[in-house]
Design a protein around this ligand. Structure first.
Ligand code: ACO
Ligand code: ZN
Length: 165
């Protein structure tokens, strides 16, 4: 059953289903240099469907966010061991950017990882990716670390995180 999380204009934001994975992979191929195996997409959808969310306009998939959960050291508290949501990947097709779809995807994934009782939510982003860094900062994520040569091409990442209550 499709669960529509929000609608604005002609855009629906809803949880992904198995039949959405091929269109999600196609958006990923068009928009990002980091790609994953089919199995990885399937495993994220199976693990945390609450935070695997797509944006759709009519029948067309225009954006997605997908996440996982982990246990690990807090990005905020010294010596704290916490449950963390982790944004694996988010993208919106170029022609559909700057309409609020990215913000809606992140906000709905925050709700999704809260349903899984995560204490924190984090992601890595290229230091040069101003559009994405600005989006995350507006939504309350803070730069907590710079990860040296995190990407295959040698670029650094910012680790950005937010505390959830
Ligand atoms: N009219 C005009 N501007 C608007 C409107 C509107 N109706 N709605 C939102 N905006 C503005 C926002 O205020 C924001 O402005 P700012 O950049 O000046 O702060 C800007 O549009 C972007 O916000 P959104 O529309 O919510 O985000 P968008 O849908 O454009 O998606 C994203 C952002 C996902 C980063 C997109 O640029 C993208 O797909 N980039 C390529 C892939 C990528 O880099 N992904 C992130 C990698 S890191 C990771 O995956 C963890
Ligand atoms: Zn990551």
């Amino acid at each position: 059953m499709q669960i529509i999380l929000r609608q604005f204009g002609d855009c629906n934001i809803r949880r992904a289903e198995p039949s959405d994975l091929i269109p999600v992979m196609e958006i990923n191929l068009k928009t990002l240099p980091e790609h994953y195996s089919d199995y990885f997409y399937e495993s994220l959808l199976a693990e945390i469907p609450e935070a695997f969310i797509i944006a759709e306009i009519g029948e067309k998939h225009v954006g997605y966010i997908m996440c996982k959960t982990e246990y690990g050291f807090s990005n905020f508290k010294k010596l704290g061991f916490v449950k963390k949501g982790h944004v694996v990947s988010i993208a919106v097709l170029d022609e559909y950017r700057k309409k609020g779809i990215g913000k809606a995807l992140v906000e709905e994934s925050v709700n999704g990882v809260k349903l899984k009782n995560c204490d924190e939510f984090y992601l890595e982003v290229r230091c040069s990716n101003n559009d994405a860094v600005r989006l995350y900062e507006k939504l309350g994520f803070m730069i907590r670390q710079q990860l040296n040569a995190y990407y295959r091409d040698g670029e650094d990442a910012y680790l950005m995180a937010i505390e959830l209550n």
